[in-house]
Design a protein around this ligand. Structure first.
Ligand SMILES: [Zn+2]
Length: 151
């Protein structure tokens, strides 16, 4: 399972009651995205919640793909967001705090930790490939990213 399958809406029960419908707990579940962004969902939310939901939409759901939000971009962008927080030196717990503040979503720190670990392994494989392909610049760039991640 991808990390984005393990990102949950923080005030799930409260949000469901504001929306007067039961939405899935997973932030990236299709039904959640549908209700929040394609119906009258936004209007029913209180100001603070709506602001967070809109930020989430602006930052992760703003691509022009025809099958948005099911094109995979939202998940990719969210993973990039996590890696950027990591690159800023944040640990799993701080990353969960920041995502809660930013978007009212949360994850279990263990899941974030294993995502970051697998991120480093993915970069290691990419670095190896770039070297084999005779692309030392790309390999150096990847090694730099990896160093930031594993700090
Ligand atoms: Zn897209």
């Amino acid at each position: 399972m991808a990390i984005t399958d393990k990102i949950y809406i923080k005030n799930h029960r409260q949000l469901s009651s504001q929306l007067e419908t039961n939405i899935p707990k997973g932030a990236f579940k299709g039904a959640t995205l549908d209700i929040l962004f394609q119906g009258q969902g936004l209007e029913k939310l209180d100001d603070a919640t709506r602001e967070r939901v809109l930020d989430f939409a602006t930052d992760f759901l703003d691509c022009d793909c025809q099958d948005n939000p099911y094109c995979g971009c939202p998940e990719r962008k969210f993973m990039k967001y996590l890696l950027e927080l990591r690159a800023q030196g944040l640990g799993p717990e701080a990353i969960v705090d920041v995502m809660s503040d930013d978007y009212m979503v949360y994850a279990y720190t263990g899941d974030v930790l294993s995502f970051l670990d697998s991120g480093v392994r993915t970069l290691e494989a990419a670095e190896g490939l770039a070297r084999v392909d005779g692309n030392p610049d790309a390999a150096d760039e990847i090694r730099q990213a990896k160093r930031e991640l594993s700090r």
